[in-house]
Ligand binder design. Structure first.
Ligand code: ADP
Length: 487
């Protein structure tokens, strides 16, 4: 089975959030299970440097491809590389106008960028003569891929037998734009109707992705149910309910070869679930590096996150002072909303020696924090899957989470009676409930046997991609069955 996974971000070439991690890892796992995947992404300005760091060579394979189905004279060039340490091909679509911003997003008209890329995927596949069984688009940025497949390219024999799947990684970002973009996209006016792309007087690219795909998934079983409710549906719950029979939830995994505490070059000492005594050395190094008091049995609570409302930072802000009264340390790594940056920076000056507030984006430091901390906070308002809790568990750092979306599917409350469970959590979204969960975490931290059990349980929780890849293969097969009616 040939599958083309298309995304605007792919780790390590261009990463903004969890989406990049998923698209960087899933194809490798698919390949191990007999699928023939390719990845298609833009040749962003930052790709070349990140490829060099990852020892990936990128070559130009086609110089100029025009996009006759768009209202533009801009052409694209096609480049080729591989996902690191694999033979999964990555095709990069280059264009100076749309993919030369410093970062992945920003600095360009995002609607045009998304339309341009989504359309270029088709012309790229045709030019390279790569016919795929399944096209797999991700999030609003590639929401128009399904729309193009089922309208403009519908009668082209080259795509006749291609099934379309669409993954929702975060329903909070839908790509809502003015109707005038239909003109640039050369998509018919008829699509501007409630059944298709129209959404409260605008176009909604994610809605297009949902409506025109053969099968849809989101990144955890719980989130798949949640998004069909008004509370979590971001006004698309009605559309999602209407697609309920083809809507699935598949948990993400993490790349076990890249994130392995027994050999991760980013951490100072190595350890495993069988012998994690070196974790305390990593903790000590982290305390030194971040200017914290070096006290081995002072628990470190960490948070690595985009600083946005979704991540539960309002309830954490309310109780952070209480938490710090309990003789703990707090490490934050994140960027985002200035109101949270300010709030947490304020904490740093109040509790010097016990807090380290890092308002920056640094994937290597993130790794040292995942490994060197005792607890990882994720009190999210909603969380489609969440990767932070998985990285932290893999490195023996106990998650304290709100039981929502993928957090509810991966973190199980510690039960002292059975010794089962890998973390702590709460259901009702309130600062009081969060504080109680933190107190439970602290209580068991002081009980050596329970804490050791928790570390072992967390480290042996299976969050590998292999498990998820098998689910994705079933999902692709299902989409082919559904699409057959059309073939
Ligand atoms: P989301 O995709 O909603 O941002 P996830 O938990 O799915 O949340 O993924 C976030 C990813 O981004 C994780 O790999 C996390 O480690 C990483 N990350 C977030 N903020 C930073 C930061 N400031 N520095 C380094 N990595 C970060």
């Amino acid at each position: 089975m040939r599958v083309a996974v298309v995304s605007l971000e792919v780790y390590p070439f261009a990463k903004v959030g969890g989406l990049a991690d998923v698209v960087g890892a899933l194809p490798k796992a698919l390949k191990r299970h007999g699928v023939e995947p390719i990845v298609i992404m833009p040749f962003h300005k930052i790709v070349q440097e990140n490829a060099r760091k990852a020892n990936v060579e990128i070559k130009k394979v086609v110089d100029k491809v025009f996009l006759p189905k768009l209202k533009t004279n801009e052409a694209v060039s096609i480049y080729k590389g591989n996902l690191p340490n694999s033979d999964v091909p990555v095709y990069f679509i280059g264009n100076d106008k749309y993919f030369s911003a410093e970062m992945v997003y920003g600095g360009v008209d995002e609607a045009e960028q998304s339309i341009f890329f989504s359309n270029a995927v088709f012309e790229t596949l045709k030019t390279l003569d790569i016919q795929v069984d399944v096209l797999h688009a991700n999030d609003w940025q590639t929401g128009l891929v399904p729309v193009y497949l089922k309208t403009v390219y519908r009668y082209e024999p080259f795509f006749e037998r291609t099934a379309m799947v669409y993954s929702i990684h975060n329903l909070g970002y839908q790509g809502i734009f003015d109707k005038r973009y239909l003109d640039f996209a050369k998509l018919g006016e008829w699509l501007y109707s409630m059944q298709y792309l129209e959404f409260y007087g605008n176009l909604n690219f994610m809605k297009g992705g949902i409506v025109f795909s053969d099968a849809i998934n989101t990144v955890s079983p719980t989130y798949a149910k949640e998004i069909q409710t008004e509370e979590y549906g971001n006004k698309l719950d009605g559309v999602l309910v209407s697609k309920a029979d083809v809507l699935f939830g598949i948990l993400n995994g993490i790349d076990y070869s890249e994130y392995d505490p027994s050999k991760d070059p980013r951490i100072s000492h190595h350890y495993s679930a069988e012998d994690y005594s070196n974790k305390w050395k990593v903790k000590e190094d982290l305390q030194k590096e971040l200017g914290l008091e070096v006290i081995p049995d002072k628990p470190i609570f960490a948070l690595i996150s985009r600083l946005v409302d979704q991540k539960g930072l309002d309830i954490l802000s309310e109780i952070i002072d209480y938490m710090l009264l309990y003789d703990v340390q707090f490490v934050l790594l994140g960027t985002g909303d200035p109101k949270y940056e300010k709030r947490f920076k304020g904490i740093a000056s109040e509790y010097p020696g016990n807090t380290s507030i890092n308002i920056t984006f640094d994937v290597d430091l993130a790794q040292r924090i995942y490994a060197g901390s005792d607890f990882f906070l994720m009190p999210s308002l909603y969380e489609p899957c969440g990767l932070g809790q998985m990285y932290s568990m893999r490195y023996g750092t106990i998650p304290v989470v709100r039981y929502t979306g993928g957090l509810a599917d991966t973190v199980k409350e510690y039960d002292p009676a059975t010794g089962e469970g890998n973390g702590f959590g709460f259901k009702e979204y309130s600062s009081g409930e969060l504080l109680k969960a933190i107190m439970r975490a602290l209580f068991y931290y002081r009980k050596k046997e329970a804490h050791e059990r928790l570390i072992k349980n967390a480290m042996s929780t299976d969050v590998s991609w292999d498990k998820s890849a098998i689910e994705y293969i079933k999902f692709y097969k299902k989409s082919l069955e559904i699409a057959k009616g059309r073939f």
